[in-house]
Design a binder for this molecule. Sequence first.
Ligand SMILES: CCCCCCC/C=C/C(=O)SCCNC(=O)CCNC(=O)[C@H](O)C(C)(C)COP(=O)(O)OP(=O)(O)OC[C@H]1O[C@@H](n2cnc3c(N)ncnc32)[C@H](O)[C@@H]1OP(=O)(O)O
Ligand SMILES: Cc1cc2nc3c(=O)[nH]c(=O)nc-3n(C[C@H](O)[C@H](O)[C@H](O)COP(=O)(O)OP(=O)(O)OC[C@H]3O[C@@H](n4cnc5c(N)ncnc54)[C@H](O)[C@@H]3O)c2cc1C
Length: 660
Amino acid sequence: MDYLSDERKKSDFDVEAMKVAWAGSIQEFQLSDRMAKLVANDPVFEKFTRPMLGRKELLKNTLRKSAHAWKLIIDLRLSEEEAKWLRLYVDEPAYTDLHWGMFIPAIEGQGTEEQKKKWLPLAKKMQIIGCYAQTELGHGSNVQGLETTATFDTRTDEFIMHSPTLTSSKWWPGGLGKLSTHAVVYARLIVGGQFHGVHGFIVQLRSLEDHSPLPGITVGDIGLKFGNGAYNTMDNGVLRFDHVRIPRNQMLMRVSQVTKEGKIMQSDVPRQLIYGTMVYVRQTIVADASKALSRAVCIATRYSAVRRQFGSRDGGPETQVIDYKTQQSRLFPLLASAYAFRFVSEWLKSLYLDVKQRLEANEFSTLPEAHACTAGLKSLTTTATADGIEECRKLCGGHGYLVSSGLPELFAVYIPACTYEGDNVVLMLQVARFLVKTVSELGHKKPVGTTAYMGRVASLMQKNSAVQTAEGWLNPGAVVEAFESRAARMAVRCAQELAKFGNPEEGFAELAVDLVEVAVSHCQLIVVTKFFEKLQQDIPGKGVKESLEVLCYVYALFLLHKHQGDFLATGYLTPKQASLANAQLRTLYSKVRPNAIALVDSFSYTDHYLGSILGRYDGNVYPKLYEAAWEDPLNDSDVIDGFHQYVQPILKQRLHSAKL
Ligand SMILES: CCCCCCC/C=C/C(=O)SCCNC(=O)CCNC(=O)[C@H](O)C(C)(C)COP(=O)(O)OP(=O)(O)OC[C@H]1O[C@@H](n2cnc3c(N)ncnc32)[C@H](O)[C@@H]1OP(=O)(O)O
Ligand SMILES: Cc1cc2nc3c(=O)[nH]c(=O)nc-3n(C[C@H](O)[C@H](O)[C@H](O)COP(=O)(O)OP(=O)(O)OC[C@H]3O[C@@H](n4cnc5c(N)ncnc54)[C@H](O)[C@@H]3O)c2cc1C
């Protein structure tokens, strides 16, 4: 029985076409759909019992799933793209994420041709397992502050890897604790007693025969993390070196080379390329944000249509909670954000691929913008997604707190995304630096790409919004101009404040809070702009473009409402115009309402991937919640183990004292 079938009948767009729009192309949709079903139909990938497992059992279970996934990849001759989707739908953080997601990309981006030829085939056949060991106990954000040393010994043509202090212990790298045989280790290069910056080195950690740590290497897991199950399927690790020697050719030498004689040779490649793996991964994290948020929204939307509270005076059905305006005002902006993040990630991927091609041809001019966009959008989308998942839990009332809702584990797995690959505040400060630099160069350098609007700064500072009615906000030009003016005005005002400081670094530190707000407004502008640009494309299917247009306005006007203080303080909007935007937002929620279920169905998630009783496709929530309760180990027996030992004596004692 489909309890949501009436809801599905209400929608006025072609869901199958929307699935394609969400996936990006028919090919992407088919590929992803095939992998989702492959995983969902395979009992090895069951995941409901995960939060009940102890740590050792949990990790072993992950290893079993990863081995099965690898067997499928080999047996079915899956492409790298298919394998990526397969791992995604297995939906369990594992050492393989770092092997494929960071170790291999680090070698691809920073290795020489010779190094790539040697290491990549081994890694791609999984004959070695690698991780990305950058962060230390004492330093994570400040990469230049890392303490691990790689000292060149000209006599033996080797580097000596050493952890000189406790705080120099590598700490956090995923896959490091128990599984990796190798790591790309970031360390201070020391040649002839001189420090030559932080570089990556390929270091073997464990024997390829019996997996024991090699001499001089201390390695282990850093311990339990937030939540049951969740990210505890990953062996985040600690690593120390005691004068471990590696051959010279294991320093990743695309950026700088060390010769046999101990000479440092700089190539034309900028040193920032050492940070290149982070640019790549941040871009993938933006795509992951749309996936995590859309999962949470799918659960909360379906459940909001099933759940009823109040509104019946005559014994008829109560009101579906999705019909309350307050529920809509919390849920629909998140639904719109999931779509917005999906489309901005599509654009970011194309920007990244373009930069990657240029880097391969030794053309580095677009690297600063790629860094600012990946850092800023990673920060913006992961913050909104982490907050959004928690909001979805609240939108599901009490049942959202049950592990079987899928939301607690999704939250626990997701929240470190605000920290890993760069703390979100630290990353926004990087964007702010880039913007301040752009403003300071306006006189002699035409801004391009995502900062092109700064080239129109004079008119953006003068012109105010012309919107007169609520309908006036349904105009891409009016909306984009509002976001451009807000971002430009905030950036210029901050640059003027900075100019008052004799020492720019002192000014930057003092104005950091305002600078983060400037960076956020710039990143929101990017997301809004890319959503409108997406709507310029040919999007086939009845009603698909129209539904996306509604979501685009919801996303933009929700942000405008939330940050109306900025729009008013910069003088671009009047209070009347801000309140017209809010009135339009209410109308837009009414337009989303009949399509809400179809819009989440368009994510095309299997019940396996959602992992939620509240989010079931068929809406059959209550019987399944009831059934699941009886599957809890506590209900294996009517009288709980421990009762006779610890509870009964108390009860008996009570009886005794009552007699007294
Ligand atoms: C698929 C995988 C699944 C995901 C699982 C997640 C696993 C998690 C993995 C990790 O967390 S790995 C560790 C990630 N660590 C970080 O992200 C550390 C964050 N810190 C930094 O990125 C940097 O250190 C910093 C904060 C950006 C640097 O600050 P600082 O001011 O000290 O910088 P400098 O080193 O002096 O360089 C400044 C110069 O370089 C430019 N720049 C900085 N980062 C990049 C970059 N990634 N790409 C290109 N350019 C970069 C920066 O703009 C400055 O340029 P100029 O102004 O000098 O031109
Ligand atoms: C689940 C997980 C997986 C990870 N996986 C890996 C991995 O595979 N490999 C790896 O190398 N690392 C990994 N890390 C480490 C991760 O990259 C770092 O934790 C992250 O970069 C943040 O650095 P930090 O821990 O030093 O935070 P800190 O920099 O110590 O941050 C603490 C606080 O200080 C603030 N702060 C710091 N600097 C500034 C500043 N300049 N201005 C203003 N505020 C500031 C931050 O905003 C934050 O509030 C992982 C971390 C987690 C949680």
